[in-house]
Write a protein that binds this ligand. Structure first.
Ligand code: AMP
Ligand code: MG
Length: 267
């Protein structure tokens, strides 16, 4: 899935990324579903080792526009893992207390401890995305944040956290279909908020904000992947495969058992 990784220093233009792309997978949806099942099993095995090893920390950042598939990705990709070893945190509109602090204050405490995988459903990137588009702080303030974010992520990786960041890339048409589906289905209506339409009407401003964020913050130590996400099955495969690749590259070991256990027989 390396072709989806943004090389540091790339000037990203999301318009040149096809949200319908399914390259690297020749089968169609039904094969993908079977493949995802296998990948989930592999991910569960690796996470069991990761948890037992206890020496690594993994931070997974998910960003997307409304209906981009952050929740679905978490549900589908992490379905098989041991919940004890995974913490999902969704970042909502900051509370009054959070707003009274710097924007990273609320983020740092949710970063993963040893042996843990933390999944961010939205993240500190909102502070250069929605904050920028809605003008919630002046430009001279948010503009400095790319540098803070790179330094913050550097701190985390220097201290032993592995970071991977996924931007789930859907098209404007796909978003329209997903919003309509939410409105039409009584069991999905709760997911729709009128505010989503205001956000949708600023599509180009969000694309510009994402282009700059991806360009300035995809680093060797904390890379961004642009995930074609119009097809949910492909999105899930990309995220699952990337996470498996990361876990496989770690030297995960089961802790040494106590000595002289061979002769013990439980009666
Ligand atoms: P949802 O992901 O649908 O639950 O919505 C969460 C909302 O919180 C989105 O509208 C985000 O734009 C908003 N949000 C998250 N982080 C921030 C932030 N730092 N500043 C302002 N709004 C935010
Ligand atoms: Mg929403």
């Amino acid at each position: 899935m390396e072709h989806l990784r943004i090389r540091p220093g790339t000037d990203v233009d999301l318009a040149s990324f096809d949200p319908n792309d399914t390259s690297g997978f020749d089968g169609g949806k039904s094969e993908a579903v079977a493949e995802l099942k296998r990948l989930r099993k592999r991910l569960a095995d690796l996470q069991y080792r990761f948890w037992a090893d206890g020496g690594e920390k993994l931070l997974v950042v998910l960003q997307a526009l409304d209906s981009g598939g952050k929740d679905g990705t978490i549900r589908r990709v992490f379905a098989g893992v041991n919940p004890q070893g995974v913490r999902v945190h969704g970042f909502k509109k900051p509370t009054e207390i959070e707003l009274a602090h710097d924007y990273l204050w609320r983020v740092h405490r949710h970063t993963p401890a040893s042996g843990m995988i933390a999944v961010f459903n939205r993240s500190h990137y909102e502070d250069v995305l929605v904050v920028r588009v809605l003008g919630l702080v002046p430009e001279e303030r948010w503009r400095k944040r790319y540098g803070h974010i790179n330094a913050f992520e550097r701190l985390l990786t220097d201290e032993g956290t592995t970071i991977v960041k996924f931007y789930l890339h859907i098209s404007e048409d796909e978003q329209a279909e997903r919003f309509q589906a939410r409105l039409d289905d009584p069991t999905k209506r709760w997911k729709f908020s009128k505010g989503d339409l205001a956000t949708r009407s600023q599509w180009d401003a969000y694309m510009a904000a994402y282009n700059e964020a991806l360009s300035k913050t995809s680093t060797e130590h904390a890379p961004w992947y642009v995930v074609p996400a119009n097809k949910k099955w492909y999105r899930n495969l990309v995220v699952a495969r990337t996470l498996i690749g990361i876990l496989e590259s770690m030297d995960l070991q089961f802790p040494e058992p106590e000595e002289d256990l061979d002769d013990i027989v439980i009666v």
